[in-house]
Write a protein that binds this ligand. Structure first.
Ligand SMILES: Nc1ncnc2c1ncn2[C@@H]1O[C@H](COP(=O)(O)OP(=O)(O)O)[C@@H](O)[C@H]1O
Ligand SMILES: [Mg+2]
Length: 258
């Protein structure tokens, strides 16, 4: 069975799609068979790999087409279930069906991938719940602004409700993004997160204009700017802190159940 990972936060613009794409591409480069599922009608995950919006999720869930026919191959070891505005219809269909909260889990659990990465939309609808119920483990990217703690508490509250009624998660972690160590506000918010969630908070991803550029060029950071600050973090006493390369190592530990 694949390990299913969700990038989730009910807030938009916090780095969910960026994180999903960089992790997925990184896993595939290690020859780990990875499927990405774009659950956002805005389809930014599909676009960030230079693909067009397409009704992949709609065909899988609503038209019952087999996953093998619906998936798009992006590169060796990396496939994608695309999204577009028809994903809105998926929500309506799921709402009307029986077992409505576990439809995505049923479709994804018996596949031959090693890892499945879900990019959730910033919403709290039935598709969001389906994404969480399908996941073993959740990564919660968050900006370090005044509402960060509140947003993270919300999603963890939702996970708590789910785990009480129907589904056990193996865990979660919080990934601070857009880290700017020259700004007092960022540092204070980071400290507050750590005070509240302790070791669940991973080392932060620096704010880095290369990230926005890479998305615009339809490339992930592994191709566009593999050694820029968002990827390598920063060095303190010769030790690398944060950055997506570090995050990939931590995700690998989760995938390997360490
Ligand atoms: N560390 C970063 N530094 C600078 N820009 C970033 C960083 N992470 C993401 N971005 C940019 O911020 C925007 C929102 O990120 P995105 O991953 O799409 O967020 P979400 O999926 O949570 O809405 C995108 O344009 C993305 O390229
Ligand atoms: Mg997104």
């Amino acid at each position: 069975m694949p390990k299913i990972i969700a990038c989730a936060n009910q807030k938009g613009g916090v780095g969910k799609t960026t994180t999903a794409s960089i992790i997925s591409d990184g896993l595939s480069r290690m020859k780990i068979r990875t499927l990405m599922v774009d659950l956002d009608p805005q389809a930014h995950l599909s676009l960030s790999f230079g693909r067009k919006k397409a009704p992949g999720l709609f065909r899988l869930v609503c038209l019952d087409e087999p996953l093998d026919r619906v998936k798009e191959n992006i590169k060796p070891y990396l496939d994608l279930i695309s999204s577009d505005k028809q994903t809105e219809k998926v929500k309506r269909m799921i709402t009307l069906s029986d077992y409505r909260e576990a439809i995505l889990a049923d479709l994804l659990h018996d596949t031959s991938y090693d890892v499945i990465v879900l990019d959730l939309a910033p919403s709290l609808d039935i598709l969001h719940i389906n994404g969480l119920i399908a996941s073993d483990w959740v990564l919660i990217p968050t900006r370090l602004d005044a509402l960060a703690l509140d947003g993270v508490k919300e999603i963890i509250g939702t996970m708590h409700e789910i785990s009480q009624s129907s589904h056990a998660f193996s865990g979660y972690n919080i990934l601070p993004t857009f880290f700017d160590r020259t700004t007092r506000e960022t540092l204070l918010q980071f400290q507050e997160l750590v005070q509240f969630f302790g070791h669940y908070v991973w080392a932060p991803i620096p704010q880095d204009t290369h990230v926005r550029e890479s998305a615009a060029y339809g490339k992930t950071m592994w191709d566009y700017s593999p050694d820029s600050p968002a990827m390598v973090g920063y060095f303190e006493k010769n030790k690398r802190i944060g950055g997506y390369r570090n995050i990939l190592d931590l995700v690998l530990e989760v995938v390997n159940d360490k």
